[in-house]
Design a protein around this ligand. Structure first.
Ligand code: MOS
Length: 725
């Protein structure tokens, strides 16, 4: 069986199987455990003699640690250790899933960077001692820049340049030239970062809250200076990640170091404030977008320039123009991202890095162009979908953007929209409608899974893949049930244990399609063996409700074909061929807002999203992903903004009381339309990613509705009342 996915082979396999569970809106099997409080999160495992660790953050903004006064704290009640080894101070390669960067280990790079761990018998004792710990610093804050310094900005990547942008802009019938800003964001997962570490001899077991276990295992081993074979990570249930748990963080390294030193288990739970201050942020952005179009609205020029920030020396930069590259036409183009150094918390992957904020601006600029050209926003977008990837000529795989716009417009009632702003008023509220496209890159990641068909006809799926609240348990079980023709209640899915075969991990929307494809491949191998026992070809084999049949062959119970448990491992990795088609997911948002004429308050009244992302593996969990994305879009549009103190780089609003994510009362009736789509180029199960699509453009639709309501064009996000008045 080939491992890479190059050819769209067996493209209709899951349409020919008969079990009928794939795509069904099945409940998540772990749902009841979550509701009953019986699905343990990282901090909730009971370990004998478990000590409690509390991290201490640097009180300076930049410089070095010169001394840690352990003795006074070690004399306090219950205190067992103060850990601040070099490895502890080293900043893990957050989110890069690679080796920790080489660095001067005593350096403080940003305010509240963890510099020590205080361990005590109880959490209260550890907290008191952590507060009392005195640390001496060589304070170099005076040399640091606490606002992004664009004069020092460097290109994050090679810019995309084609044609003659200036000539195209000066020759265009309609030009939009607009500047946007988006605020920094945090992931804001419900479960804070936490870890329990326990050693048995040279072997470490870590209960953690992580998204990508095989990478996390390598990172943790690297941070500890040991072989990954000696590390086992368990994360069977994860209370949200949104990028913040792609890589390991200090709590995991610190817990492991402390447990080794003390010879007993150690638990480290970050406070909400610590998660905000020391994990990662999405960079704020400044974006300039220039669009030039002919009188027919067709783009001839497209420029999207972005400025983002990160700590000096960090590789990551928010890929703001990622979707701009493939979404719209415009042969004369410039796409660039510049990264400015700043002394603030590390910037990393947060909820659809790139598109979440890039599409937010691009889709507002497109709305401005629609007004300039007098075209309906849907029609303008329809006219600007390129035949092939601009500049490259690469054909697109599935792209149901037009269908998404049409289905969304119809369901929403887009034809009721007045094109002119300020056309509808109800009491003190201006009412308006807006729309935007959704687009997000699609990735197939390397994955492995093991499937066992037991002698008594049960199915066990095993991989280290995680379920971060997304439905991995449900969809991986559905793929196996469908392929092996067993009712879903005969399938058990085991996840979140790094000793299992390495799945793709939950990140970048690739989890379900990639690890699902590995499960599919393992099931194909099992089917081949069953077909041989039955005396038919694998293609002719029909499996349904535990029965195996084929034309011209007598049907048998699957259990009769087995001489014992049958186990196969499936693997998938992207092939070179995949680069010959451009893959992305697409959709459209439509929404209605009310803007208060006196207070500037914006209330979303309803929202419709229509999305095409290949095969839907589970209509319920897919819908939930889309809803969640749209909710984050509401946050990005209206409320979410990290606020840093320009004098010292400290994060000011470091909890969920001050950093405002949308709450239940902010969410109106939301409708999600899932388009039928198959993408044979994306994966053997013809699925693409859906996890992040729902946020990519959502905030732009809301901004466009605000303009349609009250005539105010806001380009600075979030659109808080002070900015609207
Ligand atoms: Mo995602 S921001 O790749 O978890």
């Amino acid at each position: 069986m080939t491992d890479s996915y190059d050819e769209p082979d067996r493209r209709d396999m899951l349409d020919r199987t008969r079990q009928g569970v794939i795509g069904q809106p099945l409940d998540r099997p772990e749902g009841p455990l979550k509701v009953w409080g019986c699905a343990p999160y990282a901090a909730e495992y009971a370990r004998d003699r478990c000590a409690e660790g509390v991290l201490v953050g640097a009180t300076i903004s930049a410089g070095r640690v010169t001394a840690i006064h352990r003795d006074a704290v070690l004399a306090m009640p219950g205190v067992l250790a103060v850990i601040s080894s070099e490895r502890m101070l080293r900043r893990p390669a957050q989110g890069t899933a690679g080796e920790a960067p080489e660095q001067d280990v005593s350096r403080v790079d940003y305010p509240m960077q963890p510099v020590a761990l205080v361990v005590a018998e109880t959490f209260e004792q550890a907290t008191a001692a952590a507060k009392a710990l005195r640390v001496d610093y060589d304070d170099r804050s005076g040399d640091a820049a606490f606002v992004p310094d664009e004069a020092q900005a460097e290109p994050a990547d090679d810019p995309v340049e084609a044609g003659d942008l200036d000539a195209a802009l000066s020759g265009a019938d309609h030009v939009v030239d607009a500047e946007f800003t988006t605020a920094g964001h945090v992931s804001a997962a419900m479960e804070p970062h936490a870890a329990i570490a326990e050693w048995q001899g040279d072997d470490l077991t870590l209960w953690g809250s992580l998204q990508m276990l095989s990478f996390n295992r390598a990172e943790l081993a690297d941070s500890l200076g040991i072989d990954p074979d000696h590390v086992r990570i368990l994360s069977p249930y994860v209370g949200g990640g949104f990028g913040s748990k792609l890589g390991i963080s200090h709590e995991a390294v610190a817990a492991a170091l402390a447990a080794r030193e003390l010879g007993r288990p150690v638990r480290v739970v970050m406070s909400r404030q610590q998660v905000f201050q020391s994990i990662m942020r999405r960079s704020e952005t400044r974006q300039r977008i220039r669009l030039g179009a002919g009188s027919d609205g067709r783009l001839t020029a497209l420029a999207h320039e972005a400025w983002v920030s990160n700590l000096p020396g960090e590789d990551f930069s928010e890929p703001v123009t990622q979707a701009t590259e493939f979404l719209y036409a415009g042969e004369n183009r410039l796409l660039s991202v510049m990264k400015s150094p700043v002394t603030r918390l590390t910037a990393g992957s947060v909820r659809a890095p790139g598109e979440a904020v890039g599409m937010q601006a691009l889709e507002v600029a497109m709305d401005e162009l629609a007004i300039a050209t007098g075209l309906d926003p849907v029609e303008l977008r329809r006219r600007n979908l390129p035949e092939a990837l601009p500049g490259e000529g690469t054909p697109y795989s599935s792209r149901r953007l037009i269908e998404a716009m049409e289905a969304g417009a119809k369901a929403f009632g887009w034809d009721q929209r007045a094109p002119e702003p300020c056309a509808r008023r109800e009491g003190e509220w201006w009412i308006g409608m807006g729309m935007a496209s959704a687009a997000r890159v699609n990735i197939l990641a390397k994955a492995e899974a093991r499937v066992t068909l037991t002698a008594d006809g049960h199915v066990v799926v095993e991989t280290d893949h995680t379920d971060i609240g997304t439905g991995s348990y449900a969809v991986l079980g559905q793929v196996a049930a469908e392929m092996l023709g067993q009712p879903i209640d005969r399938v058990t899915v085991k996840l979140g244990d790094s000793s299992l075969p390495p799945g793709a991990g939950s990140g970048g929307s690739w989890g379900a399609s990639s690890t699902g494809s590995a499960v599919f491949r393992a099931c194909e191998a099992i089917r081949a063996t069953l077909a041989q026992s039955l005396g038919c070809s694998g293609d002719d084999l029909v499996l349904q409700d535990g029965q195996a049949s084929a034309e011209g062959v007598e049907a048998r119970a699957v259990t009769e074909l087995l001489s014992g448990d049958l186990t196969r491992t499936g693997r998938i990795e992207p092939g070179e061929q995949m680069e010959k088609v451009h893959q992305a997911t697409y959709g459209a948002f439509f929404c209605e807002v009310a803007v208060n004429a006196f207070t500037g308050e914006t209330r979303l009244r309803r929202m419709t999203g229509a999305f095409g992302f290949g095969r839907v593996l589970n209509a319920k969990t897919a819908r939930s992903q889309c809803l969640g994305g749209m909710v984050w879009g509401i946050g990005s549009a209206l409320t979410e903004a990290l606020s840093f103190d320009d004098r010292d780089g400290h994060l000011v609003n470091h909890d969920l009381a001050e950093y405002h994510v949308p709450v239940a009362r902010d969410i109106p009736p939301m409708e999600v339309i899932l388009l039928e789509e198959r993408d044979p180029h994306a994966s053997p199960i013809q699925a693409k990613g859906v996890g992040e699509l729902g946020i990519c453009g959502a905030a732009g639709a809301i901004a466009n509705a605000v303009h349609n309501a009250c005539g105010v064009r806001l380009r600075d996000f979030p659109m808080t009342p002070d900015r609207l008045l």
